[in-house]
Ligand binder design. Structure first.
Ligand code: KIV
Length: 266
């Protein structure tokens, strides 16, 4: 059972302390994220791109999400674990959405779920919340809408689009979401949404005026090279380090340096 809870999300917002979040998809990285003291871990469907090598997140299945969430919850001692509802696991109706969301808590040990969308999924948010499944809503750039949006583009740039996002934020709050993820929107808009809502906002590419921040782990540690969005800050280059290690290993075998006496039994 995680130590950080839905109540802690709200408490941190009230106290004006920033909430820290990262994604994780497997045991070793979830251990690192938890040891670093991150408040909450999202098992994001971004795993489709950064772990499975897919073009986008659409093919990711519920079973794959449950599998990865299990690996993460096994590693976590303190952080809250949130499972990400994949494409077509909640859009198809309330009954199916509650059943699928319930699997994250029942089978995988998560404490909450995240869903992309605003007004169109308000009923699902309410139904899940009534079933004691806490929901983080997600508006702005919603990667599962890539075909409608025509790519990964900043949202809410026009006055009309900004107004719509503010309305959506209120709708998901009223529907019962315990927090709201804002992706790729102008920072002035994120500031306004934060000020208007009582639930915490978590930003990714939404500037500093959110109640917390999240990034994709593989972007932060330099393990995803296909593209690096403008909002990412890379704190390490693990790909380079790992490549160096594997090249040295190969070279030492070829030169007869590895294994030496030290790695051999007498
Ligand atoms: O799937 C994911 O990792 C996400 C991020 C945008 C936070 O939803």
């Amino acid at each position: 059972m995680s130590v950080f809870t839905v109540q802690d999300f709200l408490k941190k917002k009230k106290e004006g302390r920033n909430i820290t979040m990262l994604t994780a998809y497997d045991y070793p990285f979830a251990r690192i994220v938890d040891e670093a003291g991150i408040d909450a871990v999202l098992v994001g469907d971004s795993l489709g791109m950064v772990v499975q090598g897919l073009e986008n997140t659409l093919p990711v299945t519920m079973d794959e999400m449950i599998y990865h969430t299990k690996l993460v919850t096994r590693a976590i001692k303190k952080a809250m674990v949130i499972g990400d509802m994949p494409f077509m696991s909640y859009q198809t109706g309330i009954y199916e959405s509650i059943k699928n969301a319930g699997r994250f808590l029942k089978e995988a040990g998560a404490s909450a779920v995240k869903m992309e969308g605003g007004a169109e999924i308000a009923e699902q948010i309410t139904a899940m919340t009534k079933s004691d499944i806490p929901v983080m809503a997600h508006i702005g750039l919603t990667p599962q809408s890539i075909h409608r949006m025509g790519g990964y583009k900043v949202q809410g740039k026009t006055e009309e689009a900004a107004k719509k996002l503010i309305e959506e934020a209120h709708i998901v709050e009223d529907a019962g979401a315990f927090s709201l993820l804002l992706e790729a929107i102008p920072m002035t808009l994120a500031k306004k949404i934060r000020e208007e809502l009582s639930i915490p906002t978590i930003g990714i590419g939404a500037g500093p005026h959110c109640d917390g921040q999240i990034l994709v782990l593989h972007d932060v540690i330099g393990l995803f090279e296909r593209f690096v969005p403008k909002f990412v800050k890379q704190y390490a280059n693990i790909k380079e380090e790992a490549l160096k290690a594997v090249k040295s290993y190969k070279e030492e075998i070829e030169k007869g340096i590895f294994p030496s006496d030290e790695q051999s039994f007498k």
